[in-house]
Ligand binder design. Sequence first.
Ligand code: NAD
Length: 418
Amino acid sequence: MDIYRHPTFDMACEQFDLVADFLELPTNDRDRVKYPKRALTVAVPVRMDSGEVRVFAGYRVQHHLSMGPTKGGMRFHQDVALGEVAALAMWMSWKCALAGLPYGGAKGGVACDPRTLSRNEVERVTRRFTQEIIPFIGPQIDIPAPDVGTNEQTMAWMMDTYSNHFGHAVPGVVTGKPVDLGGSLGRRESTGRGVAFLVGRALQTLGIKAEGSTAVVQGYGNVGAVAAHQMVRDGMKVIAVSDAEGGLHNAGGIDLIKLDAHVAKHRTVKGFTEAGPIGNDDLLLLKCDVLVPAALERVITESNAAKLQCRVLAEGANGPTTPAADAILSQCEDLFIIPDILCNAGGVIVSYFEWVQDLQSFFWSEAEVMDKLYRILDTAFVETLTLARQKHTPMRLAAMSLGIRRVAEAKRKRGLFP
Ligand code: NAD
């Protein structure tokens, strides 16, 4: 599977191999469970506002098809590559299985920097990309959702392009849509609120009061900003945040309402005057109760892992911690890790609710959505913690082994065709 060669894919495979050994998965089952089932690469030609035509690379990877359609985000970022998308699709499979959702994992993306594109250009990229992958997606095939660099508007354009092709509205083709188009109440906030809920469960487990605890958030985007607000509502103090442009630190706590007004105007946290500047690398090393990496992969590595000063590492992002860093962190008795496939599962859980509501054309209240979300997250948290304690394993190994075992079992029970 050399086509997927990429540091993030290598990382996902290394994690899988560790879990496969732990589960003593039969050799015959390993590659079948590990490698993505299928991948599509497309060229996305787009006329820019200047009249120039640029061609962007677009990808969609579906990891396994054994338990239902596939599900996963769509990323617009300049570094998007096939191997990265494949790793993210693998993690989605373990995440869905851990939460008990009837999906395989998927992921997609376009290698473009949306910050440098106009709104019209982003719309044309989205629509042309969607058009190119129409045979590969659908409510019973593969259901995209937002990820880094995409949002509700992107999903609305995807749904519109797909629906125009078929001649009728197909809301179930994407999740994370605006509520007016069949989106679910609570979906936009679900990942961040889920992160904050699990932070609360971790603090409770450690006997630390949320009230007055400090948090640091890398990546003040959809996941990071919502998690930050919810942690403040839960009585915590957010002392540092960042985005791709830079970070902010104020030991007394950052006023997030004022920060949001600044971000709305400047599209970055940088330049907010009520906190001092801090680099993204230094921010990770701040002393705090809770560190939430909520940006990109591989930011906690063997070079900074030993220097972390948090009690809880809540992985809002997918794949923020490398296996080499994990080996170092597993020696830190004081550190409680909420691994990514558990920590940020709130997004796909409410995406599942959105899909179910769309298929039934029957919509739920926000209270119903949140109540069901927290129940599923709580069950997954307790199952993971129980297994970690029983087997004396790190939380990541416990969470991944629950997910991978379920996928392996499903494949074993379906049998190998022909
Ligand atoms: P987003 O685009 O809304 O926000 C990403 C944030 O990270 C932005 O503020 C961006 O400026 C910042 N960022 C980018 N590069 C950075 C860098 N090098 N250093 C610091 N900050 C940087 O994306 P999002 O949807 O919030 O996704 C964030 C992470 O959460 C990703 O790993 C994504 O895969 C994961 N995730 C998202 C969802 C979801 O529902 N959106 C669900 C599960 C997991």
